[in-house]
Structure formats: structure tokens, C-alpha cells
Design a protein around this ligand. Structure first.
Ligand SMILES: *Cc1c(COP(=O)(O)O)cnc(C)c1O
Length: 377
């Protein structure tokens, strides 16, 4: 007897629009395989137009690289302290250490699950009291939900500390009419394979000052001085995006709005079909916020219920994943100073990301919901 293997449902697979191939073909036909080339510039233009509000975009090899360059451009260096949202992916925090600086982790608030403005201020006061003013703040729009923009930036302004806005998961999210990626002194995007749009791998640094973009591009291309020979007076990096991959990005930008709509429709489907189960709840959008709903997350009453659901889905060939494990609980950051209120630990224990790809069909969503419902009966 043959056993039928159920179709795999992934958490967040790539979803091509169609025109990506044409732009990649352009790169081949014109031999703009390398170096830079028109796809990079057109992709940057498309990002600048979309995020708007006067941002300049520099496309790079990854979001992680963009954070590394961004922190350096904000003046972070050896021995500095950088305040960083604890509830995030490790790539928000790792680049702090590349610069010889130390991350100081800040817990989340309940509404958006992002950096708590009150805890942030408490930490700043405390760090200043110990004699060291933090050099930068890394704030993250986790799962696409805008962090408390006004409150966080008010604290940052009050103490004159620049904000690096980690918008890796939030392209297409909006706060009071402005796109995420347009709020920080420097912002970053990611086009990694699991994000709302992808270039297979890639990222971008966004800033309002054209000179900062030029500096980022300079550092990202080995920091070559203006001379006919190879002359260097700064340490550079090899972080610029390839023209081939930027071709994928151009095609993806054309369908970004559709991708946001599809992810939001997934969320609405799950909410409609699961919120009458008393054990399951969802994060609401605060007034003024629109999340791209990159991943739909549910909260359950306990670790055990969360695991019960996750295992049941896994058995049916469906990928789901616990929420990000907070940085202050990670072995690599064991010795880091953190300001903790219990929120991110609680979310990590009880939360689960459901399959959220923009290519999901209603029958896929139905399958996921049926399994969850029958587990919790
Ligand atoms: C994906 C991600 C990054 C890193 O982006 P890469 O392009 O994968 O290097 C940074 N921060 C957050 C919150 C992310 O989800």
C-alpha cells in the first residue's frame, strides 16, 4: 500500500512574481553580471520610491551587513554600549559585537511586542549613571509590527542617541501614513529568503542623508580612495549587492503590495477561524499602525499547549516555529547586561508562528486551522 505524503506547508517560502527572470536575463544579456550595473540602481530607485519620505537606499549583500555598516556610520566603535531590543533575531545584535561594542538588551512591551520605551529610558538613565552613555539604539519592528515609534524616538531625542531602525521584517508596514524604514537615523531592510520579498539573499541600508548613503557604498565596496591604483585609508568591506540578485529585487518590488495584502489576508483568515478558541489570541494593531503581518503569530496559555500545536502540525508536514528566543536568554549573550520585565520570556514560551507564505492557498490555511482546532478540542 502506498502512503501519500502530504504537501509540505512552509513557514515563509520565497514567492516570485514573474518579472524577476526578465531582469536577471537583462543582466546576462548585457554582461552586467558584475560589477554593479543598472539592476542595482533601479532596485534602489524602486525602494526609495516605495519607502518614500526622502530616504536613500544602498543595496547590500544582507540585512546583517546593513546593520554592521549602519552602526559604524552612527559612530559605534570599540568599547561602546548599544541598546538593543532583546526580543528579536540574533542578526539585530551580532553586528554590535563585530564593532567591538557591547549590546545591552531591553525587554518588550505588551502591545507591539517590541522594545519598551519606559524600560529603554530606565536603561539609558542607568547607563549614564554608571558613566557611559549608550552610542545607539537598535529598535525592531518584529514580525512586521511597528514598534512604539513616537515613544521610542522621543526617548532617543531626549538623550540624543541615534536609532538604528531594524525594518528587516517590516517592509510594507506603515505607521501613521509613513512606511517603516523611514523613521530611524539609519534603517535597514532584509531580502533574505524568508522575508516578505527576497533577492535570494540581500539587504539595504536606508538613510535620509545622501552623504551617508555614499559613505555606506564606499565602505561596502572595499573603501577604495579616489586614485588610479588601489589606495585605502579606511578599512572596507565587500558588502555591495550583485546586479544579478538586484534583478530579482526589481521583479519583487513590482508585487510587494500584493505580497503585503496576501500576508494580511492570511492573518485575517487565521484570526477569523481561530479566535473563537479561548486558548488562542493574536496581537492587535495599535491605533495608527498597519503591520505587513509578515508572520502570523498566535499566543497560547502555556509552553505545553504551544508545543502540542507545533508537534501536531509537524506530524502533518506543516512547518511552524516558536517565537524568537530573546537575546538575553541566548548562550552567546549570557554575560550581557539586560533590562528585563518578563514580557519577551512569556511570549517566547507561549507563542507560535504559523505558516504565513504569500503563496498559501485557502485550502492550506484550512488544513492548518483544522489541525489546531482538533488538537484543542
Ligand atoms: C532577517 C533579519 C535580519 C537580518 O537580515 P539578513 O538579510 O538575513 O542578514 C535582521 N534583523 C531581523 C529582525 C531579521 O528578521
Amino acid at each position: 500500500m502506498e502512503t501519500t505524503v502530504l504537501k509540505k506547508i512552509w513557514l515563509s517560502p520565497p514567492h516570485m512574481g514573474g518579472n524577476e527572470r526578465a531582469y536577471v536575463n537583462d543582466a546576462f544579456e548585457t554582461n552586467w553580471i558584475a560589477p554593479l550595473g543598472p539592476n542595482v540602481h533601479e532596485f534602489e530607485n524602486a525602494i526609495e520610491e516605495y519607502v518614500a519620505n526622502g530616504v536613500h537606499a544602498a543595496c547590500l549583500t544582507s540585512g546583517t551587513g546593513a546593520i554592521h555598516l549602519g552602526l559604524q556610520l552612527l559612530g559605534v566603535g570599540v568599547g561602546d554600549e548599544v541598546l538593543c531590543q532583546s526580543f528579536t533575531f540574533a542578526a539585530s545584535a551580532n553586528p554590535i559585537t563585530y564593532l567591538g561594542a557591547s549590546p545591552i538588551f531591553i525587554d518588550s512591551e505588551r502591545d507591539t511586542w517590541n522594545i519598551s520605551p519606559s524600560l529603554l529610558e530606565e536603561a539609558i538613565k542607568d547607563r549614564i549613571a554608571t558613566g557611559k552613555k549608550p552610542k545607539a539604539i537598535v529598535a525592531v519592528h518584529l514580525y512586521g509590527m511597528p514598534y512604539k515609534i513616537e515613544e521610542v524616538h522621543a526617548v532617543a531625542r531626549k538623550y540624543e542617541i541615534p536609532v538604528l531602525e531594524d525594518s528587516a521584517e517590516a517592509l510594507g508596514s506603515v505607521y501613521k501614513g509613513f512606511q517603516c524604514g523611514s523613521f530611524g537615523d539609519i534603517a535597514i531592510l532584509s531580502f533574505n529568503g524568508n522575508k516578505i520579498i527576497t533577492t535570494s539573499g540581500g539587504g539595504a541600508l536606508l538613510c535620509k542623508d545622501k552623504l551617508i548613503k555614499e559613505k555606506a557604498v564606499f565602505l561596502a565596496t572595499q573603501a577604495r580612495d579616489n586614485a588610479p591604483h588601489y589606495q585605502h585609508s579606511h578599512i572596507g568591506y565587500n558588502y555591495r549587492m550583485s546586479n544579478v540578485l538586484a534583478g530579482i529585487g526589481r521583479g519583487q518590488m513590482e508585487v510587494l503590495e500584493e505580497r503585503v495584502a496576501a500576508r494580511r489576508a492570511n492573518f485575517e483568515y487565521y484570526e477569523k477561524n481561530l479566535s473563537n478558541i479561548s486558548e488562542i489570541s493574536f496581537a492587535k494593531e495599535p491605533q495608527g499602525s498597519l503591520s505587513n503581518r509578515w508572520l502570523t503569530c498566535i499566543l497560547t496559555p502555556s509552553f505545553d499547549v504551544r508545543e502540542k500545536i507545533r508537534m501536531a502540525l509537524e506530524k502533518e508536514n506543516i512547518e511552524s516555529r516558536p517565537l524568537w528566543k530573546p537575546m538575553h536568554l541566548q548562550p552567546i549573550f549570557e554575560k550581557s547586561i539586560s533590562y528585563i520585565n518578563g514580557v519577551s520570556e512569556d511570549l517566547f514560551e507561549k507563542g507560535l508562528c504559523l505558516p504565513s507564505g504569500s503563496s498559501m492557498e485557502v485550502s492550506d490555511l484550512e488544513r492548518v486551522c483544522e489541525i489546531i482546532k482538533s488538537e484543542l478540542k
